[in-house]
Design a protein around this ligand. Structure first.
Ligand code: SF4
Length: 212
């Protein structure tokens, strides 16, 4: 535990310096837009979703518009994001719940976010942290799962258990940024099939570094 905390302290220092502008890479201007983008990004890429959302957000300006959307029309609007039928259903259902139970506003607690259809801890953490500044947990996406193992921060397999481990070793003031730093590092340097250990600022403290 002691060693994991020391390693975590060091990587916070280094990744914070390397990625001072780390943020969610889904384009958005409101918390609701980030929530919609996160739902659309499941099994897809942020870049692909960013091609769809400018038109989508002009057409549906908030939960009220999406709650009243015609399912077939919405399916067409988000067709290129994949799983479009399920995603359209989810977007309409969660918008209806926002309108019915939350006055059309996004809630600010984890429990309330998790009550929305289609919203799990990862999406809730992204929206609460990035768009609302609420540190309710740490985003654990595919990059965070992989890097938590590689960096020896958690041995758990399930995302919620990894998040619990990380919350014990990352100071709360860094919870929001930590998830973003790790995601950025996983996308840019510690890439799944070809980690660039020779360029990595964490190489000397990473138990999984490969000599290139
Ligand atoms: S040293 Fe290699 S395996 Fe470790 S975090 Fe960096 S890129 Fe990933």
């Amino acid at each position: 535990m002691e060693e994991r905390i020391l390693r975590t302290t060091e990587l916070i220092k280094r990744l914070g310096k390397l990625y001072p502008d780390a943020r969610a890479e889904l384009d958005h201007t409101t918390a609701f837009e980030l929530l919609v983008g996160s739902i659309l990004a499941a099994q897809n890429t942020d870049a692909n979703v960013n091609k769809v959302t400018p038109v989508l957000f002009r057409k549906y300006r908030g939960p009220q518009d999406l709650a009243a959307a015609d399912p077939a029309e919405l399916e067409k609007d988000i067709y290129t994001c994949g799983f479009f039928r399920q995603k359209a259903k989810t977007l309409i259902a969660l918008s209806q719940k926002l309108v019915d139970d939350f006055g059309g506003e996004l809630p600010r607690t984890m429990d309330e976010m998790l009550s929305l259809p289609g919203v799990g801890r990862k999406t809730a953490n992204v929206v609460l942290g990035e768009a609302m500044g609420v540190a309710a947990g740490i985003v654990v996406d595919t990059h965070n799962i992989r890097l938590s193992h590689l960096l020896g921060l958690s041995n758990e397999k399930a995302a919620d258990k990894i998040e619990r481990d990380l919350m014990q070793i990352v100071p709360k003031k860094h919870w929001i940024k930590f998830g973003q730093w790790i995601t950025w590092h996983g996308r840019r340097v510690c890439i799944a099939r070809r980690p660039k250990c020779g360029e990595c600022v964490l190489a000397d403290i990473c138990p999984s570094r490969q000599v290139e």
